[in-house]
Design a protein. Structure first.
Length: 272
């Protein structure tokens, strides 16, 4: 009986393409062209001919299932970032560029009274001078700006007393300062003062004066001289004017620590 050679009656999967292997018609292989992996069928016996180059099939091969490039860029070095699109391509980014997020939120409070008389003090911003009455009791805030447009919002509330009975009045104010050391000796920067006349009265015989004084301010870091990457310490300070009368900062009469002296600071970092 005669024997008839039918050749291959089905396609043969040969796995990943090997440049040294001889392939016959109807062999199937997997090959990665650049970054695109596809499946190919051999149409003409071939050895040493990559199935495709630059997305174009070799004459001895044809695409069975053509792959596409992975649209997601490499994740290497992009920990914590989000995948973004500009409408035509994907990239890694931090997300919400130009907006701000709360990076630091801290409050301080104490009840240690500070009594000063402006008559015996000189004008100036050194500790103990009229524009730098130390009222923070060693407490402070710590900020490290990441960008010139980081935002700082700060508040100080202080209970203040002065006795004007039978004597002249007095004046006082509040402010904020920064430094690069916790003792506020290095790179001192008194960046905000309400003024020595923010509160008070110069009249006589106006009795006991109890005032719960409050100041809230918002600044971009660059507008108050804070540089990105440098750590700063910030504290509230008091001011007093020249009349010969005592002013008591952090007065405790009928109050608790939260109303005697309370301050808070919030640091909003810019997303870049």
């Amino acid at each position: 009986m005669a024997t008839i050679d039918l050749g291959k009656i089905k396609q043969v999967f040969r796995g990943t393409y090997n440049n040294a292997t001889a392939y016959a018609v109807d062999d199937l292989v997997v090959f990665t062209d650049g970054s695109v992996t596809s499946t190919y069928i051999c149409t003409t016996a071939s050895t040493g001919n990559n199935p495709s180059s630059g997305g174009t099939a070799h004459a001895n091969w044809a695409f069975v299932a053509k792959g596409v490039a992975d649209p997601i860029p490499s994740q290497s070095g992009n920990s914590g970032k989000v995948l973004k699109t500009n409408g035509s391509a994907l990239s890694w980014g931090v997300g919400f560029e130009g907006s701000h997020y709360l990076a630091y939120d801290h409050d301080i409070h104490h009840g240690t009274q500070v009594t000063v008389n402006g008559n015996g003090l000189s004008n100036g911003t050194a500790d103990g001078q009229r524009d730098c009455i130390v009222i923070n009791n060693g407490l402070y805030f710590t900020v490290t700006p990441g960008h010139a447009d980081d935002v700082l919002i700060m508040n100080c509330t202080c209970n203040i007393y002065s006795n004007w009975t039978g004597s002249g009045g007095s004046y006082w104010g509040l402010g904020f300062m920064s430094a690069t050391s916790t003792n506020f000796a290095n790179n001192r920067n008194v960046f905000y003062l309400m003024g020595q006349h923010a509160w008070g009265n110069g009249g006589n015989s106006n009795g006991d004066q109890y005032q719960n004084c409050c100041v809230t301010q918002q600044f971009n870091c660059d507008t108050i001289g804070l540089s990105a990457g440098t750590t700063y310490y910030i504290r509230p300070i008091g001011q007093v004017h020249s009349p010969n009368n005592n002013v008591q900062f952090v007065n405790a009469s009928g109050t608790n620590q939260r109303s005697e002296f309370n301050a808070w600071l919030r640091h909003y970092k810019k997303v870049t």
